[in-house]
Design a protein. Structure first.
Length: 134
């Protein structure tokens, strides 16, 4: 365990950005001031809880507050998952290898972004205007 009072981490996925703040406490996790217990949709909630389940009892003594904005439901869930796992790994160094063995995406961000639109393509990244002169 580190001697810091607060651990701040961030996670990104597509357009979503999550910032996590971890402190010693009773084991509560809040996302945008909503408890993880009542967070919806259910699939996003389960995805976010993966680092907590892997950490087990080591996550019971810390409070985590997460602010997330931008993107959609799945992007936000993955950004929160990344920020939470990074904070827990920084809190307890033994968790880093556990997270890497389970899923590398828990600690390493997915850097893929939307492809930019090209000229003469009507808003699509790769589609081109059709020719009709033959």
């Amino acid at each position: 365990m580190t001697n810091k009072k607060t651990i701040n981490t961030s996670g990104k996925r597509k357009q979503a950005i999550a910032r996590a703040s971890l402190k010693a406490g009773k084991g509560t996790v809040t996302i945008n001031n909503i408890s993880i217990d009542v967070y919806s949709p259910e699939m996003a909630k389960l995805r976010i809880q993966e680092p907590l389940i892997l950490a087990g009892a080591r996550a019971k003594g810390v409070n985590v507050r997460i602010k997330v904005r931008g993107g959609g439901v799945t992007g936000q869930a993955d950004a929160v998952r990344l920020a939470l796992a990074k904070a827990l790994a920084e809190h307890d160094n033994t968790l880093k290898q556990v997270f890497l063995d389970y899923d590398r995406q828990l600690l390493v961000a997915d850097v893929r972004r939307k492809e930019s639109s090209k000229p003469n393509s009507h808003g699509q990244a790769r589609a081109k205007r059709q020719k009709s002169y033959r």
